[in-house]
Design a protein around this ligand. Structure first.
Ligand code: IMP
Ligand code: MG
Length: 172
């Protein structure tokens, strides 16, 4: 499959630094937990955390993925639960990409209602706003893109391409 570069590693670094500065301004003084949504957000979370200029705890949640499909099954299940108690804390959910909105909406609901987080904020590296099936707007968005399938910087297709340093469009 052919691939074309959408964002280079330099584009990514620049934007993640801006997002970290914005989060530092907005959330300084909060007892923050960075909640990395596995597996795709691993690199973004790792980079973003290091651009936040105050102490941040780290936890992980894993949800069911697309399997080998390019579109969501619509059913979101939690495969790995976070470990930390978040009832008195602010949680920043960190996702790689929001497409239909189903995954983020369910993670948000779980963190807020089932786990009782005091406050919930959301950050996504990429957003495909025209692909929504349910309404969801993240607080922090790296780049809004057309509804094309992208890989690299943690994002995969059937577990491939995650380790590409930049973001590429996967063309048939
Ligand atoms: P949603 O539930 O449809 O919003 O999908 C969100 C999840 O689907 C993300 O966490 C990704 O794992 C995956 N996903 C959506 N679009 C893409 C893409 O273009 N490339 C790779 N993964 C994607
Ligand atoms: Mg994902």
């Amino acid at each position: 499959m052919a691939q074309t570069t959408l964002f280079t590693k330099a584009d990514i670094d620049r934007r993640v630094a801006e997002m970290g500065a914005e989060i530092t301004r907005d959330l300084a003084g909060s007892d923050l937990i960075a909640m990395c949504v596995l597996k795709g957000a691993m690199f973004f979370c790792s980079d973003l955390m290091r651009q936040i200029a105050f102490d941040v705890a780290l936890d992980f949640i894993q949800i069911s993925s697309y399997g080998n499909q390019k579109t969501s099954s619509g059913v979101v299940t939690i495969l790995k639960e976070p470990q930390l108690d978040m009832r008195d804390r602010t949680v920043l959910i960190i996702e790689d990409i929001i497409d239909s909105g189903l995954s983020m909406k369910e993670v948000f609901r779980y963190i807020k209602l089932d786990r009782g987080a005091k406050e919930v904020r959301t950050a996504t590296f990429l957003d495909k706003p025209t692909a929504r099936k349910v309404e969801f707007k993240a607080d922090y968005i790296g780049f809004s893109i057309d509804p094309k399938f992208v890989v690299g910087y943690g994002l995969d297709f059937a577990e491939k391409y995650r380790n590409i340093p930049d973001i590429q469009v996967l063309e048939e």
